[in-house]
Design a binder for this molecule. Structure first.
Ligand SMILES: [Zn+2]
Length: 297
């Protein structure tokens, strides 16, 4: 009796397997057909038809006014998925760095986005800057030792924990005013030319350091920002920075999105909730991308 029961359930399982197999094949070919249809429309450069076709409209962050830009960007970047297309265009990547500049939404507070498309006013100064305790900062550099109060407290806790773990993380450069960024940028241009300057240093108004939420770090008290990635302190930061609300702002492999060289030393305070979410669930996104998917609206 048992034998027959087993045979019966085996054949049901087989049928199920066949149905699942057919459904999978059906879904894959449907996806293929959709892709081909999109490609055909693109090859005809038929923006109007594609707009009506409703592409991208169910994608997170979709904006009706950007529909044509999504399609034009997709024409040139068919290797990207729909989510990336929408996010990149919302950032402004289809225009290129510094070609689609808007004012920062300062009401976002600790989640403010500053990049090569979002600019802070010349007169913007954070309202609650406080000096970081010298125990947690490299020697000298007193004029760059300020952060917004919440970020400052978080950084001091982070630094204290890192010192206890014998993988110290000290602040090297925190708040910078519009004017000091202006001087820094002009010096870079003078020394290296504007192309190199733009990949290394933000133009005035476009620096996160002006928010008072950003800090460059070092693993010793004399300052070694550029070597930071080779230290155990950096490894510690990779596993622990988010617990204190900090994220690595300019990760490797994402240069075309954030627009800078990879900076292992530059950290941005976004609060523990967002830092943890980015660490746990969206480690492939830069803050620019995360912002347009989850924060902007
Ligand atoms: Zn920096």
């Amino acid at each position: 009796m048992n034998i027959f029961n087993n045979i019966g359930s085996d054949s049901i399982n087989n049928k199920r397997l066949i149905v699942i197999l057919f459904l999978t094949i059906f879904a894959v070919s449907l996806f293929g057909l959709t892709k081909t249809y999109e490609s055909r429309l693109i090859s005809k450069n038929n923006i109007e038809v594609m707009t009506n076709y409703g592409l991208f409209k169910n994608v997170l962050g979709f904006k009706k006014e950007n529909r044509e830009r999504y399609i034009r960007y997709y024409e040139k970047n068919q290797n990207l998925n729909h989510e990336d297309i929408v996010t990149h265009v919302n950032i402004g990547l289809d225009y290129g760095f510094y070609n689609y500049i808007r004012n920062c939404d300062i009401s976002k507070d600790i989640l403010i986005l500053v990049n090569k498309y979002s600019k802070l006013d010349k007169n913007y100064v954070p309202n609650d800057l406080e000096e970081i305790n010298s125990k947690y900062f490299i020697y000298g550099n007193q004029n760059k030792r300020m952060l917004k109060k919440e970020a400052k407290n978080a950084f001091e806790r982070l630094s204290e924990a890192s010192i206890k773990n014998r993988t110290p993380v000290y602040g090297q450069s925190a708040y910078r005013s519009y004017e000091s960024q202006d001087i820094l940028y002009k010096n870079e241009v003078k020394n290296d030319g504007s192309e190199k300057a733009d990949s290394d240093v933000a133009r005035p108004g476009h620096s996160e350091h002006q928010t008072g939420l950003t800090i460059d770090v070092s693993s010793n008290k004399t300052g070694n920002m550029l070597d930071f990635q080779n230290t155990d302190s950096f490894k510690w930061m990779q596993n622990n920075a988010y617990k204190y609300g900090f994220i690595l702002r300019y990760p490797r492999g994402k240069e075309s999105v954030h627009g800078y060289i990879y900076e292992s030393w530059h950290y941005r305070y976004v609060g523990i909730k967002v830092a943890r979410d980015m660490h746990d669930n969206y480690s492939n996104l830069t803050f620019d991308e995360y912002y347009y998917r989850f924060i902007e609206k």
